[in-house]
Design a protein around this ligand. Structure first.
Ligand SMILES: Cc1cc2nc3c(=O)[nH]c(=O)nc-3n(C[C@H](O)[C@H](O)[C@H](O)COP(=O)(O)OP(=O)(O)OC[C@H]3O[C@@H](n4cnc5c(N)ncnc54)[C@H](O)[C@@H]3O)c2cc1C
Length: 491
């Protein structure tokens, strides 16, 4: 245990200092504290959760980041493994006790196309999905979709362990994950080059609408289907198989519960001060230097945010939070995707009175992929730019009948510039989950740093962005710290 050097922060003695209080950082903190480590989290903002934020105004509330949860098993595992022991109660502290998670009611998702077609798909029912596809998009659609997802399942099973359950400890280890695991349709044929997801969808799903069901889904993870490898189809497989979930009260309820769990396990938090750099002593990480000049000493540093030198790689998300007059329409789908020219537009209308001021109002979040903020992208702070885009999103949602302009009480935009300001992620990009293929271009930074005792978690680190993936990165860093640098999963 190193002695604190500056003495003005965290001088209670730390085993681990964690930079940032995003979901990856909180996940690793809770696990480390449950394993007996003394952990201090240093967050430059005034709250936890990072991208999983909350906007509240006039009795309306909105999730500012993800609005739907996939792969809840990641969080079930965390809450189970970090639960304080309560005598006589075996399942005390598990996720279900901390957050009420509901499956999205059917239709779990509604797709609306430019030609007026409305496709409503049930959750957790591959047979039901196939029937709905056949009925709405024509006979044979269900079979083509099922065949493609069947191969996505093979890709998921082939890469799940090396891609998600093992840490990435150096950039040199990428070899096995460089090739796309998505099986070619006709085995034995040499492919000219690995297809992109958009090419795969066009070639195999054939109907343009069915293809955009697949390409629209992956856009929600920050991926451009024209660049993403075919293995991105595993994201559709995962959603279809493990379902889409919603925490009562909004996604922020998950961040609240995770923060509470960290506190219960003795994690200390310092808000309102940023970290500038990792300190080294004798060739190892020895703590961090803070923006106010202070230091925090520790035996290990887990960096859960962007590092100096990280670049804005990828796309951002533009969100429009809409407060609407009147009750939420009966039977409205929680989640809708609008397909037309340009990127898909997502419309979330949760059936959750906790987000409304009463029965005479409800909420909608309309969002879509956009270029990152800054050089090479768009200056989202330039006059009129955000408002013009907000107008386009609202036009699309209004034309689809989901967010009638006449009912809009007020609306607020959130651009990649806002995301960059609040999370520190360069360009405000939404980092996608790590994917195998494309020569490793869709893998994220290793979990171990160049310095012994320095680790990375969160969307910029392996296994990439997205809520579930950030949670997994937390498990991987905790495993390396608790079990040692040779540990290779699963914690
Ligand atoms: C608009 C939007 C929509 C999204 N939609 C989805 C979705 O539909 N599905 C999905 O799975 N994922 C989605 N994501 C991604 C998901 O929210 C993130 O991948 C996930 O929350 C992981 O975050 P993180 O751990 O990397 O931390 P972040 O959320 O990036 O938080 C980093 C934290 O570190 C702090 N920090 C930064 N620098 C420093 C420093 N130097 N010192 C101290 N503190 C610092 C920041 O203040 C912040 O609190 C979305 C993200 C956004 C922004």
């Amino acid at each position: 245990m190193s002695e604190p050097t500056g003495g003005n922060h965290g001088n209670h003695g730390n085993d681990v200092v964690v930079v940032g209080a995003g979901m990856g950082a909180l996940a690793t903190s809770a696990r480390l504290a449950a394993a007996g480590r003394r952990v201090t989290v240093v967050e430059r903002g005034d709250t936890y959760g990072g991208a999983v934020g909350r906007l509240e105004r006039d009795g309306f509330a909105f999730d500012t980041g993800p609005g739907v949860l996939h792969l809840p098993a990641v969080w079930r595992d965390l809450f189970l493994k970090t639960a304080p022991r309560v005598k006589g109660r075996r399942n005390a502290g598990e996720l279900a006790e901390c957050v009420r998670l509901d499956r999205l009611a059917d239709p779990a998702i509604e797709h609306r196309f430019a030609d007026g077609t409305v496709l409503r798909l049930p959750g957790f029912s591959p047979g039901g999905v196939r029937r709905a596809l056949d009925e709405t998009l024509g006979a044979g659609s269900g079979e083509r979709w099922g065949a493609l997802l069947g191969r996505a399942r093979e890709a998921w099973e082939a890469t799940r362990r090396p891609l998600l359950e093992e840490p990435l400890t150096s950039a040199g280890e990428r070899g096995a994950l460089s090739r796309d695991p998505f099986p070619a349709r006709r085995r034995g044929l040499l492919r000219r080059r690995e297809p992109t997801l958009a090419e795969l969808a066009a070639a195999e799903l054939r109907d343009g609408r069915l293809a955009s069901v697949l390409t629209g889904l992956v856009q929600e993870y920050g991926l451009d289907p024209r660049r993403a490898p075919a293995s991105a189809a595993v994201l559709a497989y995962v959603e279809g198989t493990f379902g889409s979930w919603y925490p009562a009260g909004g996604m922020r309820a998950l961040a609240d519960a995770l923060f509470r769990r960290c506190r219960e396990r003795g994690v200390r938090f310092e808000f309102g001060v940023g970290v500038d750099e990792v300190l080294a002593a004798e060739g190892r990480a020895a703590g961090v230097r803070l923006a106010d000049g202070g230091t925090v000493a520790a035996d290990a540093v887990v960096w859960g945010a962007a590092r100096p030198g990280d670049e804005a790689v990828g796309l951002g998300r533009f969100s429009l939070f809409v407060a609407l007059d009147g009750p939420r329409p009966e039977g409205a789908a929680h989640r809708a995707v609008l397909h037309g020219e340009g990127p898909a537009v997502s419309v979330l209308r949760p059936d959750d009175a906790a987000l409304w001021p009463g029965r005479d109002g409800h909420t909608a979040v309309v969002s879509g992929l956009v270029p990152a903020h800054g050089p090479g992208g768009v200056d989202w702070t330039a006059p009129g730019v955000a408002e013009a885009h907000a107008g386009r999103l609202l036009d699309a949602a209004d034309a689809a009948g989901l967010v009638p302009r006449a009912r809009v009480r007020w609306r607020l935009s959130r651009t990649p510039a806002d995301v960059a300001r609040d999370t520190g992620v360069p360009g405000g990009v939404v980092r996608p989950p790590a994917l195998a293929g494309a020569d490793g271009a869709f893998l994220a930074a290793p979990n171990t740093g160049r310095l012994a005792g320095a680790y990375r978690v969160g969307g910029l680190a392996h296994p990439g962005g997205g809520l579930a993936h950030a949670g997994m990165s937390g498990a991987l860093a905790a495993g390396l710290i608790v079990e040692g640098p040779d540990w290779r999963g699963s914690y």
